[in-house]
Design a protein around this ligand. Sequence first.
Ligand code: GDP
Length: 484
Amino acid sequence: LSELVEEARLSARALLDYGDGLFNPTVRLGVTGLSRAGKTVFITALVHGLTRGGKFPVFESLATGRIAAARLAPQPDDAVPRFAYEQHLATLIDERRWPNSTTDISELRLVIDYQRTSGADRKLTLDIVDYPGEWLLDLPLLNKSYEEWSAESLALSRQGPRATIAKAFLAHLATLAPTAPENEQFTLTAAKLFTDYLRACRDERFAMSLLPPGRFLMPGNLGGSPALTFAPLDVAADGSAPDGTLWAMMKRRYEAYKDVVVRPFYRDHFARLDRQIVLVDALSAFNAGPEALSDLEAALAGILDSFRIGRSSILSTLFRPRVDRILFAATKADHLHHLSHDRLEDVLKQITRKALARSELSGAAVDVVAIAAVRATKEALVQQGRDKLPSILGTPVAGESANGEIFDGETEVATFPGDLPTNLDGLFTGGAFTGLSSATADKADYRFLKFRPPLLSREAGTEPALPHIRLDRALQFLIGDRLQ
Ligand code: GDP
């Protein structure tokens, strides 16, 4: 019955959205990616570019002058926080600092006045929905029982580098008998150790991507509640839990997590999206090594699968706007010389292709691009002995260090980003490629320097355009066709 009610709710909402869309053409664009992937910076740069006429040669409608104006408008959903655009922009431009990252869902509405290619004047409403990628990776849980999830996540935690990271959790798990009477203290400890393990997987040394349940890392207002206090147990995937046991308790809470966290997100937000961009910090994954890349590939396959959950009923397929374009974007491409941008795109393309082969997605166009929403670096040829090396120039954030030098936040430095390999095999075997160390480093420093946002030159009274890499290409794919 609850599923029927759920379906009815979904259809009602879809019908409302559909009616709205008839009079007021609207695109709901989802922006997601794991924590620190670059969502906040991306949305800030996109909105700034659209409202202030950014330099977007590949975004055809803007480049050819068919967009007369784009302005912010009050958002449609009363219960969703507004994306703090003005504040983020001020931090970025005036303070030259990176804005605070996404920790929750937020939304912003833009209205674009444009001229159709046929000449008629039209409006397109663009609703941008920013949400953590951790939430998206939770959607596959909807189709998994507690026992299936336990078996999968334990198998994963015993593989490769994860086994070391999960040591404390696995040691505690070995002391737990699933059919022993339920026990709150054991559960609290298990949940804490499991969360510690997930958090450590995100550490930049490992840069793992596949980490459900997502709210364990981003609890928001549910922190400490029973729905977030459970962990996998060593139980058979097809087993059933006897009443009153630890197993039954964990299972109840896992189901509560799905009811309280995952389903509402699916129904209220995810199912209403038309277009989706998934930002991926691929460079961090490359730097962490082959396991991080396999993990990323599995996460992308999971994401692709999410786009086909719950497309069953006739009503919902008729009225529910469905995601028909998905863009995977490798962010922070400004850490590489432009000679490597195509390679970055290519490598993400290869990972996506593998992920696509694993997923059962059909009917949506998928594309891949390497971008920097805000380009923090410039390029130069720098003399190194007898050679001139293609290098990038930027101002490292105060406190960053490389090769024993600590930067003050004001000094510009040149770094020599390594070359990306041309194919994935090099990355996966780890033989041909061992991270993107600075070419001058005596000791390999696999971490990227974090640069400050760029210094913009202001002409009197005007707001300068933010420099970017391929942001216009991303926009063209995401909404270009709706502005024809
Ligand atoms: P979120 O957690 O996905 O919202 O990530 P943010 O948008 O807050 O980005 C996280 C961090 O990545 C920022 O603080 C920046 O240091 C870095 N970053 C994001 N986008 C860019 C970019 O286009 N260029 C550079 N150089 N750094 C970026």
